[in-house]
Ligand binder design. Structure first.
Ligand code: SF4
Length: 328
């Protein structure tokens, strides 16, 4: 008697959705590399942190920079660009580079100064890690060059390590950000949940196959640039895309009206935002010596408290407050 067939679990079904995705063939890889780099050379945006090899120098980035200086510039810009749009970052980046043009300058800054410069960008932990990382690199006396060494610096994760190692030091390693996830899931028509560990691993593997060994930094920037410009989330310009001949989502959408390239990557429900409620006291110190006010050019003085050095918004100043209710 034949054994009864067992139903596949949901987990197995998702695994198969990524198992079925083929690697890029040799010819596809070569064609994608050359089309994308040609497009990038002609169309890359002129951004202040772009490296000279990308053909986009600026007043703040001299045409000839040493690799460690380039690594610092890439590091600052990539950290600022996490969770923040390019137009917002440009002003912050220029002000930052004017104040701390080298990693050595940054390493002697205080946390207060760094937080003040970062004010408005949010996720202040990024600024603190930049400062702590700069201090540790200057103490070591050498900028780590490989992605694996960079991962040992506090606050540097896979994405930033790949960006610095490939753009500044020409290491042949991939970089995967949200833009790259979008491009790769469309090129390979990957319908599995892009947040699942198995899908993340697959996207890194596929991106690694594509990286051009002769221009790894430019290739990574080109892939991110494609995702940030033509291959947008809601309104991609496939007719202008340099790699449309190799894009399975585009080819499928031409065969069936039911399928759209924007079906990739699969939309995942966002975590519900948590709301906390706090009572905040704004205390003005009314009876302060006239002389102290005048000497400091002040009209009003308020009571502020410093947040603990560990935890959310560490080291920032705020009005005294007490949490009344936390949503779970
Ligand atoms: S063809 Fe369209 S969907 Fe595919 S990579 Fe290009 S812009 Fe993105």
């Amino acid at each position: 008697m034949a054994a009864p067939k067992r139903r596949k679990s949901a987990a197995v079904a998702i695994l198969n959705a990524t198992d079925d995705i083929e690697d890029f063939s040799k010819s596809e890889t070569l064609a994608i590399r050359s089309s994308l780099l040609r497009w990038y050379d002609e169309n890359s945006r002129d951004l202040p942190w772009r490296t000279p090899s990308a053909g986009a120098g600026s007043l703040l980035m001299p045409v000839k920079v040493d690799e460690e200086q380039r690594a610092y510039v890439v590091w600052v810009s990539e950290v600022m660009l996490q969770q923040t749009r390019v137009p917002t970052v440009m002003g912050y980046f220029n002000r930052w580079m004017e104040k701390w043009p080298t990693i050595r300058d940054l390493s002697s800054a205080s946390l207060e100064e760094v937080n003040e410069m970062w004010a408005g960008l949010g996720y202040y932990r990024r600024a603190r890690f930049l400062l702590e990382g700069a201090k540790s690199i200057v103490d070591e006396g050498k900028f780590p060059r490989s992605a694996s060494e960079l991962l040992c610096v506090k606050g540097i994760g896979d994405y930033t390590a790949g960006a610095i190692a490939s753009i500044a030091f020409n290491e042949v390693v991939p970089v995967v950000d949200g833009n790259v996830v979008r491009v790769i899931t469309r090129l390979r028509a990957i319908s599995a949940n892009p947040k699942e560990a198995g899908t993340v691993k697959l996207i890194w593997k596929l991106t690694r196959q594509l990286v051009d060994p002769s221009r790894p930094g430019d290739f990574n920037q080109a892939l991110m640039e494609l995702g940030a410009t033509l291959c947008s989330s809601t309104n991609p310009s496939c007719s202008k895309c340099p790699v449309s001949d190799h894009c399975q989502a585009f080819l499928l959408s031409k065969k069936s009206q039911k399928l759209k390239v924007t079906d990739y990557p699969t939309k995942v429900a966002k975590n519900k935002q948590r709301h906390d409620f706090a009572a905040v006291s704004v205390v003005e110190i009314a009876e302060l010596d006239e002389q102290i006010l005048n000497d400091n050019g002040l009209k009003h003085v308020f009571l502020l408290v410093k947040r603990p050095e560990n935890g959310l918004l560490a080291g920032l100043w705020e009005f005294p407050s007490v949490i009344l209710m936390k949503e779970v």
